[in-house]
Design a protein around this ligand. Structure first.
Ligand code: HEC
Ligand code: HEC
Ligand code: HEC
Ligand code: HEC
Length: 241
């Protein structure tokens, strides 16, 4: 009996470590409809099938206004200790920051559910009982320095930073981009290397929010590892420390 339970446990454990976490946004905090009296639609807070933000290409069919002229203060004043330039967050990170900057309305959408509710500068859906812009609170406002300055990424892991893992002496002990990663949720082959690799986590060769997170994932903190960074697994995927 006991032996069977132990073997069962091992089977369950190995199945867990093999199965990558699954995309199902409905049971996550990114299902904003849970808190809305206006709509039960899940995707509308981020995407719309028609009338999307045409001037923004960072995420498909984006249903939120984004001011691309906003300049963020970046990590390390624009340089890592390894001497790599830290640029402005890339487009896909700006998609996240259009809610997670602590300034923009989380509930502000261009195309309201139903017909006729189109406004390029945005209208607010009911969210948590209000139709005022609902601004992301601490600690979820990543683009804000604590309760202090806005548009501030200085205290966050660099995004918009090139991944220089293929150099002979890579900074920050980065692993080569063709290093295979197992058990993560990674879709699409972005770099042509066999198997899901570090290269598939990068955008234009850079680390962005979606290198570590997938906003649709039913997993702790939307982390692609599915394990909420247990044993710093997320960090060790790229850093050979
Ligand atoms: C909280 C915001 C948010 C919500 C809600 C959301 N998405 Fe997304 N979605 C994104 C972002 C950001 C990207 C870009 C991700 C990337 O490039 O890695 C994206 C990309 C996509 C893509 C293209 C890339 C891919 O992952 O296949 C599809 C398809 C998609 N979303 C479908 C949906 C559907 C369907 C829903 C509703 C069931 C939904 N999304 C809800 C933020 C969201
Ligand atoms: C439409 C607005 C919106 C967009 C766009 C959005 N988020 Fe969120 N996100 C939220 C809300 C709302 C919460 C929950 C905040 C709270 O609990 O008060 C959240 C929570 C989170 C959390 C914490 C989850 C937890 O388990 O505590 C993470 C991580 C996160 N988002 C990452 C991202 C990333 C990465 C992107 C871009 C790929 C993104 N989000 C885009 C609205 C958004
Ligand atoms: C290098 C990997 C990495 C990158 C890049 C990254 N994150 Fe995270 N993020 C994490 C990890 C790991 C956690 C979980 C920390 C914990 O739970 O201890 C996290 C947590 C969060 C949380 C939850 C904060 C909380 O206190 O609960 C939010 C929101 C979030 N990230 C959003 C973002 C956004 C937006 C970006 C892009 C600007 C981003 N992340 C870029 C790894 C990353
Ligand atoms: C997708 C790959 C990736 C993941 C995952 C990742 N990093 Fe990084 N990290 C980088 C890159 C790229 C740099 C920039 C290195 C350089 O060129 O200096 C970096 C830089 C750093 C630096 C050095 C910053 C400096 O000023 O030199 C630290 C510290 C760091 N990461 C910690 C972490 C931690 C902690 C985690 C896990 C929560 C993590 N990283 C996850 C890619 C990653």
């Amino acid at each position: 009996m006991k032996v069977r339970a132990v073997i069962g446990g091992i089977l369950v454990l190995s199945a867990m470590s093999l199965a990558a976490p699954v995309e199902d946004i409905r049971n996550t905090v990114h299902n904003l409809a849970t808190y809305s009296n206006d709509t039960d639609e899940v995707c509308v807070f981020c995407h719309t099938p028609h009338g999307s933000n045409q001037s923004f290409t960072g995420a498909p069919l984006w249903n939120k206004p984004i001011d691309n002229t906003v300049t963020f203060q970046v990590y390390g004043g624009g340089q890592t200790t390894g001497g790599t330039t830290v640029d402005q967050p890339g487009d896909v990170s700006r998609a996240c920051l259009s809610c997670h900057d602590g300034v923009s309305g989380v509930n502000t959408v261009i195309n309201m559910p139903g017909s006729g509710g189109w406004n390029s500068s945005g209208t607010n859906l009911d969210y948590r009982g209000s139709t005022l812009p609902w601004k992301m609170p601490w600690p979820f406002a990543i683009g804000k320095n604590g309760t202090g300055e806005n548009y501030d990424l200085r205290d966050d892991h660099p995004v918009g930073v090139l991944y220089r893992g293929d150099e002979t002496y890579p900074p920050a002990s980065l692993k080569p981009t063709n290093t295979e990663i197992t058990g993560w949720n990674i879709s699409g082959d972005k770099d042509g290397n066999p198997g899901p690799t570090i290269g598939d986590l990068l955008r234009k060769g850079k680390v962005e929010c979606v290198s570590c997170h997938n906003p649709h994932l039913n997993a702790p903190r939307f982390l692609r590892s599915g394990d909420g960074n247990a044993y710093s697994n997320v960090c060790l995927a790229c850093h050979g420390k």
